[in-house]
Design a protein around this ligand. Structure first.
Ligand code: DAH
Length: 341
C-alpha cells in the first residue's frame, strides 16, 4: 500500500516538472486532489475495502500524502505564477529613455493663417466680420458700386456670369452694399471671402480670396485709412514697415488709391522683390464714392467712408516668399507644411 502512495508522490513530483503555466498546474493539481475524481480522493473511497486492522495506517498515510500534495502544489503553483508575472513584466517593460516616434502635427492652410492674422489685426481696431455670399446679382457686384452696365471699369474684372442677372462675385466689395443697406453708420466691417474671375497665370487664379474693409462715419478721411493700413502692414510685415498712397481709379471710391508698403525684404533700399523700387503694391483703397453711399440711402453730406480690398493670396505670397499662386491651391504638403506662423 505504501508503495502505491509513494508512486503517487513520485508521479506528482515528476509531473510537476513538466508544468509550464498556471492553467496546466491547476489541471494537474485537480487530477490528484479533486475530492471526487482525484487520485488521492479516490484512495479515500477505497477505505471500505481495506482490512480493518490496516485501515488506521492507510487513512493516516493517505492524509499525510494529501497534506504533502497540497503543500507541494501550492509551492509549485507559486513558482509558476511568479515566473509568469516576471515574463509579463518583461514583455510590458517600457523604456522611457527611448526616443518617441514623431507625431506629425498638421497646420492651417497658409490662406487660412493669413485670413486669421488679418482678422486679428482689424478686430483689434474694432472691425466686425460680415460674410457675404459668393453668388451675387449684377446690382450688388457692379451697379450699386457705381459701375453700371457698359462702364469701362467692368473690363477690369473678367466675370463668370451664371445668368444675365446672376454672377460669381468678382470682389468682396459687393458686401459693402449689403451692409450699408442694412445698417446705418457708424459702420466698421471686415468682409473676407472667395471671389472669382476668369484670370489664370502665375499670380492670378480664377478663384481667390479677398478681405474687404469698410468704415462709414462722420468725418472719415484718407488719414484714417492710412493710419489703419499702417497698423496692418506693421503687424503683418514687421514693425519697420510703412505705407504710401498713390492715386488710382476704382469706380466705387473717390479719391481712389493704390497702397504700397515699404519693402520688408530690403528695408526700402531696392531688391528683386520690390523690383528695385523700395515699395511693394499691396492693395486698393479709397474714400467711398458719394454715389455709393447714396445708392444705399446714406446721407453723403453727413457721412463719409473709407474702403479697402486686400488680396489674401497676394498678402500671403509676399509674406512667405511664394512666387506662384498655384502652390497655394495644389495641396502639396511639402509646401504647405513649411508655412506655420
Ligand atoms: N474691389 C477691388 C478689386 O477687387 C479692390 C478694392 C479697391 C476694394 C478699392 C476697395 C477699394 O474697397 O476701396 O480689385
Amino acid at each position: 500500500m505504501n508503495e502505491r502512495l509513494e508512486n503517487i508522490r513520485q508521479e506528482i513530483i515528476e509531473g510537476a516538472k513538466e508544468l509550464s503555466n498556471s492553467k496546466s498546474a491547476y489541471e494537474f493539481r485537480k487530477k490528484f486532489t479533486d475530492s471526487k475524481t482525484g487520485k488521492i480522493g479516490l484512495l479515500m473511497k477505497e477505505m471500505k475495502n481495506i482490512r480493518p486492522e490496516e485501515r488506521a495506517g492507510f487513512g493516516k498515510g493517505v492524509n499525510e500524502l494529501k497534506e504533502w500534495a497540497l503543500d507541494y502544489f501550492a509551492k509549485v503553483e507559486e513558482k509558476i505564477k511568479k515566473a509568469e508575472l516576471e515574463k509579463r513584466y518583461e514583455s510590458e517593460k517600457i523604456d522611457v529613455t527611448e526616443p518617441s516616434t514623431e507625431i506629425k502635427k498638421g497646420n492651417l492652410h497658409p490662406i487660412t493663417q493669413m485670413r486669421n492674422q488679418l482678422i486679428d489685426v482689424f478686430a483689434g481696431m474694432g472691425f466686425e466680420i460680415y460674410e457675404g455670399s459668393e453668388v451675387e446679382n449684377d446690382y450688388y457686384n457692379f451697379t450699386a458700386l457705381n459701375t453700371p452696365k457698359d462702364h469701362p471699369a467692368r473690363d477690369m474684372q473678367d466675370t463668370f456670369y451664371l445668368s444675365p442677372e446672376y454672377l460669381l462675385r468678382t470682389q468682396t466689395s459687393a458686401g459693402q452694399i449689403h451692409v450699408m443697406e442694412n445698417k446705418k453708420p457708424p459702420i466698421k466691417i471686415l468682409s473676407p471671402g472667395k471671389v472669382f474671375r476668369s484670370d489664370d497665370d502665375a499670380t492670378h487664379s480664377p478663384m481667390f480670396t479677398q478681405m474687404e474693409g469698410l468704415v462709414v462715419d462722420e468725418k472719415i478721411t484718407l488719414c484714417d485709412l492710412k493710419g489703419m493700413l499702417d497698423v496692418f502692414v506693421k503687424k503683418i510685415y514687421g514693425e519697420g514697415t510703412t505705407t504710401r498712397l498713390r492715386p488710382s481709379y476704382f469706380p466705387f471710391t473717390e479719391p481712389s488709391v493704390e497702397v504700397d508698403c515699404s519693402c520688408f525684404e530690403c528695408g526700402g533700399k531696392g531688391c528683386r522683390l520690390c523690383k528695385q523700387t523700395g515699395w511693394i503694391e499691396i492693395l486698393g483703397a479709397g474714400i467711398v464714392n458719394k454715389k455709393v453711399l447714396e445708392n444705399c440711402g446714406i446721407d453723403s453730406e453727413k457721412y463719409s467712408g473709407l474702403a479697402f480690398g486686400i488680396g489674401i493670396e497676394r498678402t500671403a505670397m509676399l509674406k512667405y516668399g511664394i512666387n506662384n499662386i498655384k502652390l497655394l491651391f495644389e495641396s502639396d504638403l511639402r509646401v504647405l507644411s513649411q508655412i506655420d506662423d
